[in-house]
Ligand binder design. Structure first.
Ligand code: 5GP
Length: 127
């Protein structure tokens, strides 16, 4: 069954990742294809901290899986794996994080996956 979009008018095209996708805000690009862009997080909390965003305008995972095409969803998750390979963290291991909503600590309202690694990442949550 298809999920229903949670908040149809919520996507804000002025969010910083939309600006990065449009080239209006600079970023240090690691990987790009038809479905996704991967770039370094400006506030890196570990030696490797890469963000991967779908090219389409989706606010969060529920929006993406509900309204993205099969090709977009598959292409995005493939790009996450490619970015992890290019970041050099696959052999040692890494963590993927998707912050969602207020309790999840989501600051930017364009769906994104954090790739974290370069050293042991530590506890799953800090407290
Ligand atoms: P969230 O809390 O929404 O999961 O993560 C947002 C992330 O975006 C944060 O880790 C923050 O450092 C990063 N970020 C915010 N503004 C910019 C920016 O202008 N450029 C880049 N590369 N990262 C940003």
């Amino acid at each position: 069954a298809r999920l229903v979009r949670e908040s149809p008018m919520a996507y804000n095209p002025d969010n910083v990742f939309a600006k990065i996708l449009r080239g209006e805000t600079p970023s240090t690009k690691l990987y790009e294809d038809d479905f996704a862009l991967a770039f370094n997080d400006i506030g890196a909390v570990l030696p490797i901290h890469v963000l991967v965003v779908p090219k389409g305008a989706y606010e969060n995972q529920a929006d993406f899986i509900s309204n993205g095409s099969d090709a977009e969803v598959l292409g995005f998750w493939r790009a996450v794996s490619v970015a992890a390979e290019l970041a050099g963290v696959v052999d040692a291991g890494y963590r993927l994080i998707v912050n969602t909503g207020d309790d999840g600590g989501q600051e930017v309202s364009h769906f994104h996956v954090h790739i974290l690694g370069g050293r042991p990442v530590g506890r799953m949550v800090s407290d």
